[in-house]
Design a binder for this molecule. Structure first.
Ligand code: SAM
Ligand code: SF4
Length: 345
């Protein structure tokens, strides 16, 4: 075991957030809504039940929570969902977080989106200081795109990508590798993304939440994808990091970057620097564990941040060592009951 990864009595020191394993928490992901205008087959069931609106934090409350984390040393913040760009008032939050970019308190503000609303918002995102975004595209085939997302329209997403490029945003495409669905298309997706000057990251499906189908049918280990890509491409490992769990290679033939997020085949918890906040003010210290802390009650209990800060410190003090995801025929149950749309990607 890595020495840095030994549990210790060290929790948050009050100003910075340090977990019991000595990991400095500097990255906050905020799921601003659990709602979405798509219904991706690996993410949610078609008749998904969403949270009642009254349970959601207001935009002002989300702002206050983000401010508290930034005060405690969070340097990178990603807005996600559900689909973050369908949340009413989202640009008010983006604008307010932009302040922290200008002051230097925050290094980076990013967003993970399905791209459906990007044509409308790309210019505004850039104006408020967003420089990089992730757009999820699992296939370049219109019919397959409809089949995967159920409600999505690929031409709208492509229009959004064009608008984002025109606004000067760097784009990383995220694609979930799905057995028998998009595996044969991955070389084409690499050429497309790299040809457009975008990085591409492949993601293994994770067992989060009940979906309509069987996950064992979808799961495709990226070790298998990588081996088959090596028949066509020269992949060169590089040390490039974006603060996330992806490991990158350069594809020699295209000159572009390809990332692999492998929660199933390679556990990356050792260097985890992040926590996840939901739109109801629940803080998940690990994507793959049920343990969570309620920050809504201390947030609402007083106008000052003392109770909130104490609750954040206490939560970071219980950040677990890692997840225990397994997908096989015997473990055909979600590792955790909540969907990816609750905590975001
Ligand atoms: N709606 C936005 C989007 O799709 O980009 C943001 C939220 S979505 C939950 C974030 C990312 O998680 C997407 O790239 C999506 O493909 C991925 N995702 C959703 N469910 C997943 C699962 N069970 N396993 C792996 N990735 C998943
Ligand atoms: Fe919506 Fe993103 Fe989930 Fe697809 S992956 S259903 S776009 S939240």
């Amino acid at each position: 075991m890595n020495q840095m990864f030994q549990p210790s009595a060290l929790a948050s020191d009050g100003s910075r957030l340090v977990d019991p394993f000595g990991r400095h928490v500097s990255y906050l992901r905020v799921s601003v809504t659990d709602r979405c205008d798509f219904r991706c087959v690996y993410c949610m069931a078609e008749d998904m039940t969403f949270l009642p609106k009254r349970d959601l934090l207001s935009i002002e409350e989300l702002q206050r929570l983000c401010d508290a984390f930034i005060d405690k040393g969070v340097r990178k913040l990603r807005l996600t969902g559900g689909e973050p760009l369908v949340r009413k008032g989202i640009m008010t939050l983006v604008e307010s977080l932009g302040r922290h970019l200008r002051s230097g308190a925050l290094e980076e503000l990013t967003l993970t989106t399905n791209g459906s609303q990007l044509a409308k918002y790309a210019a505004e995102l850039a104006a408020h200081g967003v420089r990089r975004i992730n757009v999820s595209v699992d296939t370049l085939d219109d019919k397959k795109f409809k089949a995967i997302t159920r409600w999505g329209d690929l031409s709208k997403v492509k229009e959004g990508i064009r608008a984002a490029k025109a606004a000067g945003l760097s784009i990383k495409i995220n694609a979930v590798a799905l057995k028998g669905v998009n595996d044969a298309e991955i070389p084409e997706m690499i050429r497309w993304a790299h040809g457009e000057g975008m990085d591409l990251t492949l993601i293994e499906t994770m067992p989060l939440g009940d979906i309509d189908g069987d996950r064992t049918d979808q799961y495709l280990p990226l070790s298998v994808v990588r081996a088959s890509l090596m028949d066509r491409f020269t992949l060169e490992d590089i040390a490039y990091k974006t603060g996330g769990p992806a490991r990158y290679v350069t594809v020699k033939e295209t000159g572009g970057r390809l990332g692999f997020i492998t929660p199933m085949t390679h556990n990356f918890c050792e260097s985890c620097n992040r926590v996840r906040l939901t739109c109801t003010g629940t803080l998940y210290m690990c994507l793959g564990q049920e343990d969570a802390a309620d920050l809504r009650a201390p947030l609402r209990a007083s106008e000052g941040n003392e109770l909130l800060n104490a609750a954040i410190d206490e939560a970071i003090g219980r950040k677990p060592k890692g997840h225990d995801f397994i997908i096989d025929r015997r473990h055909n149950k979600p590792a955790v009951g909540r969907h990816m749309s609750v905590t975001g990607g």
